[in-house]
Design a protein around this ligand. Structure first.
Ligand SMILES: Nc1ncnc2c1ncn2[C@@H]1O[C@H](COP(=O)(O)OP(=O)(O)OP(=O)(O)O)[C@@H](O)[C@H]1O
Ligand SMILES: N[C@@H](CCO)C(=O)O
Length: 319
């Protein structure tokens, strides 16, 4: 359960009083997610999400994320804008953290999507990239390829507490990718975390694209590669479903068909995505506060995916 910061009923009622959103009826911590604290808030006027931004979200980046959500919503994408209070402010401070009240979107996130649903999700990513093409702001990728070596060093040999050999296998993978990274591909605004849990669906329809707090400017196709690593495997990363991968690429290709260079580069981009999520999960595994209500995500599930894309990179760690 991702609740790092506890919000008292008094503080929440005082916050809601700044808005035209009715009075507090109930608030529950949301079980999913690992990055931020999220509450489902019901008021006499409707349902909202309250997000308190934690560790990896810099409050200074919030105006970028909120402007992006407004831009995409104005273009008809099913993304949840932040609600503005009576003074026109969307960013608040609650329990000492930056916080926003966000529009609630219907739908559920899928644990086992079908190819039809994956095609719709790939299509939605293509729509997102097309709609963001004239978004005027940029933001560097704070989890981009240049950050992997420093993060590896910050984790250090403690990685081997997770699994013997993990440090050296990840070090080899980071070194190889630093040479192979296809930096010359098209750049774009990317979501950078479009896992199944960040796509809300009702049947085969996409009803929500959420959690834009890693959105940044990076290689456009890297976003599709991230999705590929997140959508095509079971949660443990043991089984790969090629039909899901084909459907994602087909849906995305309706907007941005892959050219020969992109097809050649795709596997390296997926290896990069595996390194990124294996490292961030490993850091969290070693550093999550003992009292946080959060289910840590398994870094080894991403090492198994890494083994799928490039089995030569794993020589030590036992999966
Ligand atoms: N606007 C929304 N409408 C409906 N549900 C939402 C909305 N925003 C978040 N949720 C719910 O809250 C959960 C957690 O939100 P979110 O994915 O933003 O958290 P996170 O901690 O940033 O997660 P992650 O680990 O994916 O980075 C989602 O899986 C979803 O169930
Ligand atoms: N979606 C990520 C969490 C955000 O970094 C994961 O599953 O590891």
């Amino acid at each position: 359960m991702a609740v790092y910061t506890h919000v008292s009923a008094e503080a929440l009622s005082a916050l809601l009083a700044r808005y035209d959103v009715g009075a507090l009826v109930s608030a529950k911590g949301i079980a999913e997610g690992v990055e931020n604290s999220n509450y489902l808030v019901d008021t006499t006027a409707g349902r909202f999400i309250l997000t308190l931004y934690e560790k990896r979200v810099d409050g200074g980046d919030l105006p970028f994320f909120l402007a992006l959500l407004d831009h995409l919503a104005a273009k008809g994408l099913p993304v949840p804008p932040a609600i503005k209070d009576r003074q026109g402010a969307a960013i608040q401070t609650l329990e000492g953290r930056p916080a926003c009240l966000i529009q609630f979107l219907p739908g559920v996130s899928l644990s086992s999507p079908t190819p039809t649903q994956a095609r719709a999700a790939g299509d939605a990513l293509g729509r997102l990239h097309a709609a963001a093409a004239d978004f005027p702001l940029t933001r560097p990728n704070t989890m981009g390829s240049h950050t992997w070596q420093p993060l590896l060093e910050r984790c250090g040999r403690r990685l081997d507490e997770i699994a013997p050999g993990l440090h050296d296998d990840l070090a080899d993978a980071v070194a190889k990718l630093s040479v192979a990274w296809p930096a010359g591909l098209d750049r774009s605004l990317i979501h950078a975390d479009l896992f199944p849990d960040n796509v809300l669906m009702l049947g085969n329809e996409i009803t929500g694209l959420i959690d834009f707090y890693f959105a940044c400017t990076d290689l456009r196709l890297y976003d599709l590669a991230i999705m590929h690593t997140a959508w095509c495997f079971d949660a443990q990363g043991r089984t790969f479903d090629a039909a899901i991968g084909d459907a994602l690429i087909e849906g995305y290709g309706r907007h941005f068909p892959l050219n020969d260079d992109e097809r050649l580069a795709f596997n390296d981009l997926a290896v990069g995505a595996c390194i990124r999520f294996a490292l961030s999960r490993a850091w969290d595994w070693l550093n999550t506060p003992a009292d946080a209500l959060v289910t840590r995500k398994d870094p080894l599930a991403y090492m198994r995916r890494l083994a799928h894309y490039d089995p030569r990179l794993l020589t030590r760690v036992k999966l």
